[in-house]
Design a protein around this ligand. Structure first.
Ligand code: F6R
Length: 616
């Protein structure tokens, strides 16, 4: 969590940093700050609130120009969101400054020691402790800044991506990472530093992604030097060419990124299977799977690890991999898996799913699985992310940048990748007939069209239903089979962006407790496409009706039975059972979106959340 931006070069740093912070706001947005060095003095401006508040405040406080700047947008961990706890933080001398994304776990005893030696603190943050440890080390051992940062980092426990600046030596910024992402944009006579590459896309397409436990001395007019934090050894910088473009991260005429991303789903699903799904040749080819096919075919089980929406995609994958490829699958919350001493062997294949590729719990679970000899396969969206590098092999989802904090297109593209994996494994294991395999490929190829049709069918009705139910305090979501995970995802979408309490359940579980909640005020969203368990879902709907609950049903075009029972319905095109989550999810995304907009909620940046959860 938290976004960091730094610039050192010949341009005016202020607009670069502010614009960069706006692009990184998805990482945290409860407070923000900026530092500018104008050649003589450090100017700092910080505020509780968003980058737009910072922009307003800093335009009065920072009136000079400067070609060195650092900025931070925060998701609070230590200390409430207020001006004092916002970054950058200065050392006691006022010479050193830091921006930090991460958590210093042992900051308590370190702070106490510093206080005993006369240091004072103006914030409650762990980051202010870190900059003072660096200063302490620098003074005590008379070290250059880079060396002092390295010695200090060897004393701390936790996670960090940091930029450190010394106003007495203003030709360099020291950066370092452990557990939090950090990219360096390399231009001609200038460097950009950021949590991801989006702040510097318009200036350079050359980027270096620091690995864990690496630091870099970013010095003007000098080649970049990367060192290992532990032993000071030099690492050769690896410069990558960025494939992302600016258009991909702008709103493109939509009111919110979330809406844009919902509407992108038809195209990005196509991007996900492009070059992999060859329906005409009856083939699925995914390099990461082909290269490791034996690992999957001889696996005794597949364990899927993920968090949040990605975990829901994992649940869909459990159903489809077990049904199609007949390999036992378990789906685990990464946060539980990593701490519960799980049994993992070298006969297990782990699939780690993550949009950002930076989720701390998923990363830790991957490390644990690797230590125990398992083969780990990543399904990530962000190219070059920590998880994509930490896994043995993987498949990217190719959804493009997802900026809205609530995950939408990441979910459907994750399901697309996992569906292709299930199909390829089914083919290789012979658990699916050639005819069925071909039928599945043909249908998968039609999904983008059907997504587009679903969007059109949903557009008006989702808004009308949203207007009726926008003020309810609670909402239930029910689904069976492949649509049980969709019920969970629908409920998560509603609660996270509209702050309405929502729960998802397998439809049949209702009788075991949740039915007690049903009365005439309770809307129940039932995912009821015409497929397996349809009759059973109809019975569940009847049970709700007889207790006066309000039914919002997602039905297959041409349905009559559910439509008659439901208070409202949204139609989706017909598809195979296993692919229905790719369609049924869409009305639920739009329903949540419109409710949130009508409730005046900040759709793209819901309260208390952040896009990339790099703390556990
Ligand atoms: C919900 C949402 C989160 C993420 C979760 C995992 O809309 O976005 O629940 O799915 O934080 O994030 P990734 O997929 O980046 O590991």
């Amino acid at each position: 969590m938290c976004g960091i931006v730094g610039y050192i070069g010949y341009r005016e740093a202020y607009p670069i940093v502010i614009k960069g912070l706006k692009r990184l706001e998805y990482r945290g947005y409860d407070s923000a700050g900026i530092l500018l060095y104008d050649g003589k003095n450090l100017k700092v401006s910080k505020t509780k609130g968003k980058v737009i508040d910072l922009e307003e405040k800093s335009s009065n406080e920072i009136t000079t120009n400067g070609t060195i700047g650092m900025g931070h947008t925060r998701w609070a961990t230590h200390g409430i969101p207020n001006d004092a706890n916002s970054h950058p933080h200065l050392s006691n001398s006022g010479e050193l400054s830091i921006i930090h994304n991460g958590i210093i776990e042992n900051y308590g005893p370190l702070k106490e020691e510093l206080i005993n030696r006369g240091y004072t603190f103006s914030s409650d943050t762990d980051s202010e402790v870190l900059i003072n440890i660096i200063e302490d080390v620098q003074k005590k051992y008379k070290l250059k800044l880079g060396k002092a940062v390295q010695v200090a980092l060897n004393q701390v426990v936790g996670a960090y991506a940091i930029c450190v600046f010394d106003s007495k030596k203003p030709n360099e910024i020291i950066v370092a990472r452990l557990g939090s992402p950090l990219a360096i944009g390399v231009g001609e006579g200038e460097f950009f530093i950021a949590s991801d590459a989006s702040p510097f896309l318009e200036y350079t397409s050359n980027a270096i992604y620091l690995e864990d436990e690496e630091m870099a001395i970013v010095r003007l007019h000098k080649p970049l030097k990367i060192r290992k934090i532990k032993d000071d050894s030099l690492v050769a910088p690896y410069v990558q060419e960025l494939k992302m473009n600016l258009e991909q991260i702008e709103k493109g005429g939509f009111d919110h990124f979330m809406l844009k991303e919902i509407y992108e789903q038809a195209n990005v699903i196509k991007d996900t299977y492009r070059g992999r799904l060859h329906a005409d040749k009856g083939m699925i080819q995914m390099a990461g799977i082909e290269d490791n096919l034996d690992k999957f075919l001889y696996a005794e089980r597949i364990i899927i690890i993920a968090c949040g929406t990605s975990w829901h995609a994992g649940l869909v994958a459990e159903y489809i991999i077990e049904e199609y490829a007949r390999i036992p699958v378990e789906v685990e919350y990464a946060s539980e898996f990593r701490y519960r001493n799980p049994i993992i062997t070298n006969k297990d294949v782990i699939i780690a799913i993550s949009q950002s590729g930076e989720t701390a719990d998923t990363l830790a679970a991957i490390k644990l699985a690797k230590e125990n000899g398992a083969f780990v396969f990543g399904v990530c969206n962000v190219v070059g992310s920590s998880i994509s590098r930490e896994t043995h092999a993987g498949a990217y989802t190719h959804a493009g940048p997802e900026i809205g904090v609530a995950s939408t297109k990441a979910f459907t593209t994750q399901i697309t990748v996992l569906t292709m994996i299930a199909l390829r494994l089914a083919q290789a294991k012979g658990t699916m007939s050639a005819t069925d395999f071909q039928k599945n490929l043909q249908e998968l190829q039609l999904i983008p069209e059907k997504v587009q049709e679903t969007l059109a069918l949903t557009e008006v009705i989702a808004k009308e239903i949203a207007a009726i139910y926008k003020d309810v305090p609670n909402c239930l979501y029910l689904g069976r089979g492949y649509n049980f995970p969709v019920a969970l995802e629908g409920a998560l979408k509603l609660k996270e962006i509209s702050y309405i309490h929502a729960e998802g359940y397998p439809a049949a579980e209702m009788k075991h407790g949740p039915i007690a909640l049903i009365d005439e005020k309770m809307p129940v969203v039932v995912i009821a496409p015409k497929q397996a368990h349809y009759d059973k879902v109809v019975s569940n709907i009847q049970e709700i009706k007889s207790r006066s609950g309000k039914i919002i049903a997602i039905v297959t075009k041409g349905d009559t039975q559910v439509k008659e029972l439901a208070d409202h319905y949204i139609e989706i095109p017909e598809t195979l059972d296993a692919f229905s989550p790719l369609l049924t999810t869409i009305p639920l995304q739009l329903l949540s979106y419109h409710i949130a907009v009508m409730r005046d909620c900040n759709v793209d940046q819901p309260r208390n959340l952040a896009k990339s959860v790099t703390v556990e």
